[in-house]
Design a protein around this ligand. Sequence first.
Ligand SMILES: Nc1ncnc2c1ncn2[C@@H]1O[C@H](COP(=O)(O)OP(=O)(O)OP(=O)(O)O)[C@@H](O)[C@H]1O
Ligand code: SF4
Ligand SMILES: [Mg+2]
Length: 323
Amino acid sequence: MSAQALLRVEDLTVSFRTEQGPVRVVEDVSFSVAAGKTMGLVGESGCGKSVTAQTIMRLLPSPPSNIEKGRILFAGEDLAQASRKTMQKIRGDRIGMVFQEPMTSLNPTLRIGEQIAEPLLLHRGKRHAEARGEVVRVLKQVGIGNAERRLLQYPHELSGGLRQRVMIAMSIICNPKLLIADEPTTALDVTIQAQIMELLKALQEDLGLAILLITHDLGMVAEMCETIAVMYAGRIVESGSTAQIFEKPQHPYTHGLLNSSPRRAKKGERLPSIPGLVPPPGMRDAGCSFAARCPRAAERCRVETPALLREGTRAAACWNPVP
Ligand SMILES: Nc1ncnc2c1ncn2[C@@H]1O[C@H](COP(=O)(O)OP(=O)(O)OP(=O)(O)O)[C@@H](O)[C@H]1O
Ligand code: SF4
Ligand SMILES: [Mg+2]
């Protein structure tokens, strides 16, 4: 898989500067997203999924954030080392982004036609008049009918689902190779969620997009993703093909998430709860961070951090994996 990886994250470690000193929130994270495929990044709240995504896009101000180590290889270039100028060129052009709440990412004072055109003006040097045809085309592509009228509207005049379609239109107008979608449907009703996922799937097929999909919804992962990476307390604890992992999770955390029965994962449902809480950054002691919640924990687990060991196309970080 790594041969055609479009995005390869290697040993990424990110900390935040706090009054108590630097606190690591993402540690030794490695995964890859193949060209044209979807990878699901899942894990409970606070595990570091958004920090990972925002670090890939270099959206976090530094300080307080700091990439302590690691590489973010995108089409051969290390984004962890890229200049601000390079990142401005890549964001919105070769990598698109969609976030949970479109209202916070859209400018309330600009008509949606103007906003969708922005990446074209920025990255392709087009003028508004030239961009208009492209905007109409992309609105149709994301399933917004009556495009001519819609492009004159403001974000508050649209429903949540339409606003997310506008965000998607904006993120694909420059034909990116990679889309990073951080809980793109969480803020929407279940029926609208399904429509947005259908749209992303269709766009992936039509445009050959690779998608890094961050979600709490395992049913969505089952439907959308070829591969999956499970994150816990800042680390990837298990990764592999969706089929492999749903069929036979090796890490007790993944096992808990899948609730012993992969078929129970239905679209629209959030992660089932596992007793206990994710230890917050800065409170992660030596050993495996999951030990306090793990039914398989042994002595070694509390003293030695398990490394992510690769075996063929899958990997797990556990001293005592589920047999
Ligand atoms: N600017 C910051 N300064 C210090 N800590 C931060 C900062 N931003 C995020 N964190 C911490 O980093 C950790 C990971 O946060 P992140 O938003 O990546 O979690 P997440 O997996 O996306 O969770 P959710 O599923 O709720 O979106 C959290 O403990 C959070 O409090
Ligand atoms: S290393 Fe030990 S505590 Fe951690 S998940 Fe595996 S068995 Fe559980
Ligand atoms: Mg998040």
